[in-house]
Ligand binder design. Structure first.
Ligand SMILES: C[S@@+](CC[C@H](N)C(=O)[O-])C[C@H]1O[C@@H](n2cnc3c(N)ncnc32)[C@H](O)[C@@H]1O
Length: 310
């Protein structure tokens, strides 16, 4: 997807492109008296209840994508996607974990990197889930706008809550609906990765931050269906991202032990792959019987920078 940010898109905060024709997408807003309440379930975040004003995205090629009532826009065209997004129960489990601050250190690592990036204007969260990390970044960057990409409607309607976020249903395995060299900070936390596309959309000097679990991450809960991370996965990430963006600028490991109650342990299990096939009541019962109340957070936070001359 090529093209400069057009005049039309200049009036809008987000450098997004039509998936049909690649032209700039404009944001059509609802008149103020037609606000639709944004009822993203039980989200307790600070933007709960903010009305969404996005009515549709449209381009000069005559293509139009209406926003869902909750404010996100589905840009998927054609066959849709064969990928399996997180369902509502998984997203609600993730939201409770995030609201409890259990993975706070990951969010803090991202905001620390944002603070070092010179005045980022555009932030892209690939596989944004609830939008938790993106919203924290936008709160830290008052002049920035954010794009959340995910396939999960339950995640997207939460991600859409921040007034400076554009939440888009999109499959990360496809070329991203984002203009070349338009993103100053890209984050991908525990989500699929698309290195060549990340290099394409990053602005000169822009950063991509990828967070991946290490083999020991949450190992105390592995017996309940958490997928163990293979040894060597980080090396593979370095090789794949390296082809597109060279050597990382920085690598940091977050390792800590966290205390949990049984509900939180069940949520950590249910927000991962086990959530696709297990019932929370059963998981809670098993966790309660076993008595696991501590878990290890062990993740890699790796940052690449697109050099200004690239
Ligand atoms: C493990 S969750 C991480 C969510 C979020 N980054 C966070 O840390 O809270 C992975 C997310 O990637 C999304 N996802 C999985 N496959 C995808 C794909 N092919 N395209 C877009 N999103 C995808 C899921 O729906 C889910 O929200």
């Amino acid at each position: 997807m090529t093209g400069e940010i057009s005049e039309a898109a200049g009036a809008d905060p987000w450098p997004v492109r039509c998936p049909h024709c690649g032209r700039a997408l404009r944001v059509d807003r609802r008149p103020p008296d037609q606000h639709v309440g944004n009822d993203a379930g039980q989200h307790a975040g600070q933007h709960a209840g903010r009305p969404t004003t996005i009515r549709a995205l449209s381009c000069d090629g005559g293509h139009r994508f209406d926003a869902a009532r909750q404010g996100y826009v589905n840009l998927l065209v054609g066959r849709g996607s064969s990928a399996t997004p997180d369902d509502t129960a998984m997203i609600m489990a993730r939201e409770r974990v995030q609201d409890a601050g259990i993975l706070r250190s990951v969010t803090e690592a991202l905001t620390a990197i944002a603070a070092r990036t010179t005045a980022p204007r555009q932030v892209l969260d690939c596989g944004a889930g609830t939008g938790h990390h993106l919203h924290a970044l936008l709160e830290a960057l008052p002049a920035a706008s954010g794009i959340a990409l995910d396939l999960s409607p339950a995640g997207l309607k939460r991600a859409a809550k921040h007034p400076r976020t554009l939440a888009l249903a999109w499959d990360l395995w496809r070329p991203l609906p984002v203009a070349d060299a338009s993103i100053d900070l890209l984050v991908d936390v525990f989500a699929p990765r698309s290195p060549a596309e990340y290099a394409r959309v990053l602005s000169p000097g822009g950063r991509a931050v990828v967070v991946t679990p290490r083999p020991g991450h949450l190992h105390e809960l592995a017996a309940h269906g958490l997928l163990g991370m293979r040894e060597g996965k980080h090396r593979e990430l370095l090789a794949r991202m390296g082809e597109a963006l060279g050597d990382p600028e920085e690598h940091r490991r977050i390792g800590e032990t966290i205390d949990l109650d049984a509900e939180q342990a069940a949520d950590l299990i249910m927000m991962g792959p086990a959530g696709h096939h297990r019932h929370r009541d059963q998981v809670l019962h098993d966790v309660g019987r076993e008595g696991t109340r501590r878990a290890t957070v062990d993740v890699d936070v790796t940052t690449w920078r697109r050099h200004a001359g690239d």
